[in-house]
Design a protein around this ligand. Structure first.
Ligand code: CO
Length: 292
């Protein structure tokens, strides 16, 4: 069965971190619409004033964050002692689990930055797992040529016999960056029962063959259930993120960078953060930075 468009959302200008101007495709107010996904931010700017303040030291618990950089770079460091630069084409997959404190500082390339951060929820059984961190370099991400000369970068999941480098994720996720030429059609199987969405990066296209209107940049398409998507183009090339995952179906208690199942668990997290016992699994010896 072909998946049709269930909902279209336009990303909303939002200020995050220490004053970063970004576009939010979905977030707190859309819960539980995109279960197992919680948030998708599109940070795209040619003006350093929009992003240079970055995301100084802050905690995460109960979620995984996936950062994918298209232009410019993001410098990061965390309470597990990881440090590095996510460069153009790279992906950082961070499992906050029981708690991680990190900072993420965007750096422009000739002034411009472009990237995405996706938050994937963790089920209650794994919210307090040992944090994990994976950095995937641009050249480790396979790009396959599909039918009609579509190109598919596989960050996570499997296309044909090619598997993406991000594996052993707690929630089963497929994360693809797809480009299709003008006047072509792209078909892709997505497991029935999984939540699936597309976010347009460049150009415009048709995500539902019964819908006459094309959908362009900064728009999110949420698909109805089914086992296949059919996406087509007219005179423009189309690039989009195509992401799907298995819903968790649990209550969501969310405050800032921490997402748990109950208000009590949230209160505990913030209390631990204040009294310095937030980090459970760390080689980091310095005291966490106070965010109050
Ligand atoms: Co963060």
């Amino acid at each position: 069965m072909i998946r049709n468009i269930e909902t279209i959302l336009k990303s909303v200008p939002t200020i995050e971190g220490a004053g970063v101007h970004l576009k939010r495709a979905f977030g707190n107010s859309e819960v539980p619409l995109l279960d197992p996904f919680l948030l998708l931010d599109d940070f795209h700017s040619n003006n350093p004033e929009d992003y240079i303040a970055g995301f100084p030291w802050h905690p995460h618990r109960g979620i995984e964050t996936v950062t994918y950089v298209l232009e410019g770079s993001v410098e990061h460091g965390d309470s597990m002692g990881n440090k590095g630069i996510i460069e153009s084409g790279d992906v950082q997959w961070m499992t906050g689990g029981s708690g991680i404190i990190h900072q993420e500082m965007p750096k422009g390339d000739n002034g411009s930055i472009w990237g995405f951060q996706l938050w994937v929820n963790l089920p209650s059984s794994h919210k307090m797992m040992v944090p994990r961190y994976r950095e995937v370099k641009n050249d480790q991400i396979p790009e396959v040529i599909g039918e009609n000369n579509s190109t598919i970068r596989i960050i996570s999941g499997e296309v044909g016999n090619t598997r993406g480098p991000v594996q052993d994720i707690i929630v089963d996720i497929e994360y693809l960056d797809v480009t299709i030429p003008s006047f072509t059609e792209f078909k892709h199987n997505i497991r029935q029962g999984y939540r699936a969405f597309a976010y347009v990066i460049e150009g415009s296209g048709f995500f539902d063959q019964d819908e006459p209107a094309s959908i362009g940049g900064e728009h999110l398409v949420i698909f109805s259930d089914g086992d296949e998507v059919t996406i087509s183009t007219h005179d423009e090339r189309l690039r989009f993120l195509l992401i799907s995952g298995k819903p968790i179906g649990e209550p969501v208690a969310w405050a800032g960078p921490i997402v748990m199942n109950t208000q009590e668990e949230l209160a505990t997290a913030f209390e631990e953060y204040r009294n310095g016992t937030f980090i459970k699994n760390s080689i980091y010896s310095e005291k966490p930075i106070n965010i109050d």
